[in-house]
Design a binder for this molecule. Sequence first.
Ligand code: PFF
Ligand code: NA
Length: 446
Amino acid sequence: MKQEQQWSSKIGFILAAAGSAIGLGAIWKFPYVMATSGGGAFFLIFLLFTIFIGLPLLLAELIIGRSTGKDAIRAYKTIAPTGYWHLLGYLGTATSFIIFSFYSVIGGWILLYFGRSLTGSLLHHNLVFSDLFKEITANPLAVTSAQLLFILITIYVVAKGVSTGIEKASQFMMPALFILFLVLVVRSLTLEGASEGVRYFLMPDFNKLTKDAVIYAMGQSFFCLSIGVSVMVTYSSYLDKRETLTKSSISIVSLNLLTTILAGFAIFPAVFSFGMEPTAGPGLLFVVLPSIFEQMAFGSVFLVIFMALFLFATLSSAFSLLEIIVAVIVKGDASKRKKYSWIVGFCVFLVGIPCSLSFGPMSDMTLFGKTFFDLADYLASYILLPIGVFLISIFVGYRFPRARLVEELCKESAWWRKGTVYYVMLLRYIIPIVVIIVFLNIFGVL
Ligand code: PFF
Ligand code: NA
């Protein structure tokens, strides 16, 4: 058996993990929801969830992965040989599969838009952008083949291996993503009337902070950090025993928060400067932004930059979604990686087709009033993810041997000898209770 690779450097691991986190959540959904749900007030709530639930849970996943060095299913089995805890690994794998099946749809759209922005055909046509968006996303052949292409790129990278595939790609894509973002933020903030957009994005408005917004902030803080799925367990299982986990988790969370802010600063000043309507729904990025770039000097260049950035963000998240499934199947045998990357990727594509067609031929086929796409998104983001977070919190809080936890954490700072008590309290009581409260709210029980 050929052993799986490890990350070749700590920074490589952080970029890959931050790559998993930073994605559609931070740059597609978040800025829009934040702006319409209370601006700075919403961000505050999001920050609280991220710091008191997201960060500790991310750390918990890193501890599980690194201390066992195993894939998601075997990691739980190693720590708890008896009982049913390893089902958590199956839950994560299934959740990942579902997320990948709808995530790749958007990935496909981005590829389509990226291609069009390169050839210039995105800006030069005689349709309104909203119609163009509808036309593109409703075309069954275009969307499914673009989705397939997106999945194929993901397979290609994952099949290459952990350090030679995922790490190498992330080491190029993530710094590029930040540089491209900075270019856009500078461009956007220097436009005339930019300050109005900044105000719209940041101005705290506690009246808009509804119950739904709070629920959303929680779901979003989990989705944005890729926690509750055990992809972080998988990624940290390839980490050297000496690396420090607390610092890594803080770096990953900080990079993710930074991106969220950058996204807001790139989008809203431009939106206001060109007198656009920011409340354009999720189509914001595919409809509003192209029409802004159309009016901007060198707009076609900025549009390419924007789409490339988007592509990097979605791809780096897709790697982790495929990796957890492949890791669970190959069980540390690197010689099987290639074959199963292809097989799993193709299965995701088959399941993802109905999600792709949800905006065209299958838009009328609904279950509980939701299309396949919405259903997959809802099931994963609002049900499976919170359940995963809840159980992982319980698992590390109660089942993970305390001595081992202290040992793992004390590697970096002796503070943990005392501090672990608080950490465990957070995992045992605070996180599960908050998740339950929000969960009951989703189903209207409270
Ligand atoms: N964190 C990614 C995003 O915000 O787009 C999505 C994601 C990736 C969620 C991987 C969960 C996951 F396991
Ligand atoms: Na990403």
